[in-house]
Design a binder for this molecule. Structure first.
Ligand SMILES: Cc1cc2nc3c(=O)[nH]c(=O)nc-3n(C[C@H](O)[C@H](O)[C@H](O)COP(=O)(O)OP(=O)(O)OC[C@H]3O[C@@H](n4cnc5c(N)ncnc54)[C@H](O)[C@@H]3O)c2cc1C
Length: 394
């Protein structure tokens, strides 16, 4: 089935088997479907027992609803993000980069740890390298302590990877479990907890952060991953839904309540906060260690994301390419879907984000038409199945 043609009901039913067979719980995937307008339900809404009721509205997926295709490069290190200090001549450089697919999520947490490290050093004037989510959170925490901050960055929002992120609060796809030691795991858990707490202070329209239900589906009973077992308090509202409580074709469905960060307004507001607190932002590309050592500030915090690979020769840092298709907004979609086969849907006010591409080592920022087709087709099928089940039930 081509994404250019809307599936008939028969098409949809025929594809149910193959689509459902691919469904499995993913660490940070999503799910979706196809359809026309909102489905009007009869007197039998799907209810979560003990968790209130929800009116399920499928996402309308079709090529003519796509407003833009976005491509970004996740700054991934199998060994996890780098949070440590080195000295260039006498100048301390605190590294804070390499957050993979969870940099929006973890930004306030690793920033908090980096700033705590900075308090042990001489000087209260800091150069923050980078103006993505990590650099901005670092700058704000330094300013809250009354320090003088100047950000140096080659690109500013909206031209950063952080702007492209889908924006779910989800500390997944950050490291390879076999490639990290207990010390890193401890640091990671501390960062996740700190970040989770910081973001809760930002919930509301000012920063574009809100709580949202997140559903994942599976052909098999869903088991919590190691992160959910390690940090159960960061995944509240976990509930396995009975077959009568959800309109998905897969037999198993789980809800967890999380946050979504609307990256465009969030990063804009963060930049404004830096200015309001007396900070400066200088557009400048730093080319090597010598230029960094020559900066006038006493301390440097390196939040250059993937840029750290060339700037500091970190060969472990690799791009993990991600492509997103953004559909026209649909105000009545108020849930995240993780489809288990790597596809995911996240609703934002500037559009419905459809994702599901993770190409390690691919540094191309060009949209790939085959990926577009795969993402749209997969979501079309998913939401068409959902629509059918809702109609059968109504
Ligand atoms: C498709 C996709 C979906 C994603 N979804 C999520 C999600 O749902 N949740 C989540 O938490 N994360 C998600 N991520 C991951 C997230 O986007 C990244 O982890 C995060 O943006 C990294 O932030 P950063 O500030 O380190 O890097 P960036 O946003 O890339 O910022 C780096 C900054 O450093 C500057 N810089 C680099 N090199 C130099 C230099 N030499 N001199 C001066 N300045 C320099 C850049 O110009 C920029 O200002 C997603 C990523 C992609 C691609």
């Amino acid at each position: 089935m081509s994404v250019a043609s809307r599936p008939t009901r028969r098409d949809v039913l025929r594809t149910l088997g193959t689509a459902a067979a691919g469904v499995a719980l993913a660490g940070c995937g999503g799910s979706s479907m196809a359809g026309g307008g909102p489905v009007t339900q009869g007197s039998a809404p799907w209810r979560h027992r003990g968790a209130g009721s929800r009116t399920w509205v499928p996402v309308e997926v079709s090529p003519d609803r796509v407003t833009r295709t976005l491509v970004g490069l996740r700054p991934y290190r199998p060994g996890g993000f780098v949070l440590r200090t080195e000295r260039l001549d006498d100048k301390p450089v605190i590294h804070n980069y390499g957050h993979g697919g969870g940099g929006i999520t973890l930004s306030w947490g690793t920033a908090d740890l980096a700033v705590t490290e900075a308090t042990t050093m001489e000087g209260r004037d800091v150069a923050v390298l980078g103006c993505g989510a990590v650099g901005l959170a670092t700058a704000r925490l330094l300013q809250r302590r009354g320090w003088k901050v100047r950000i140096y960055a080659r690109d500013l929002p909206p031209d950063t990877t952080s702007n492209i992120a889908a924006g779910q609060w989800s500390p997944f796809s950050v490291f390879e479990p076999d490639a990290v030691d207990d010390r890193f795991r401890d640091q990671f858990r501390r960062a996740a907890r700190l970040a989770y707490r910081h973001y809760q202070d930002l919930v509301g329209p000012d920063y574009g952060v809100r709580w949202i239900d997140n559903y994942s589906i599976s052909e098999r009973p869903i088991e919590s991953g190691s992160l959910q077992r390690d940090l159960p308090d960061l995944f509240p509202g976990i509930r396995d839904l009975g077959p009568d409580e959800h309109p998905f074709s897969a037999p198993y469905a789980r809800r967890v309540i999380t946050m979504i960060i609307e990256t465009a307004p969030y990063l804009r507001r963060m930049q404004e906060d830096v200015y309001r607190a007396g900070g400066e932002i200088v557009v400048r590309e730093l080319r090597d260690r010598r230029e960094i050592a020559a900066l006038p500030e006493s301390i440097v915090v390196n939040c250059t994301g993937l840029g750290a690979r060339d700037l500091f020769g970190d060969d472990e840092l690799v791009p993990v390419r991600g492509q997103l298709e953004v559909l026209l907004p649909q105000a009545d979609i108020d849930y995240i879907m993780l489809m288990g086969n790597g596809l995911y849907m996240m609703p934002k006010s500037d559009g419905i984000v459809l994702g599901g591409s993770f190409e390690r080592g691919d540094g191309s920022l060009e949209p790939d038409p085959r990926t577009t087709d795969r993402i749209l087709r997969g979501h079309e099928e998913f939401f068409a199945q959902m629509r059918s089940r809702i109609e059968e039930r109504a």
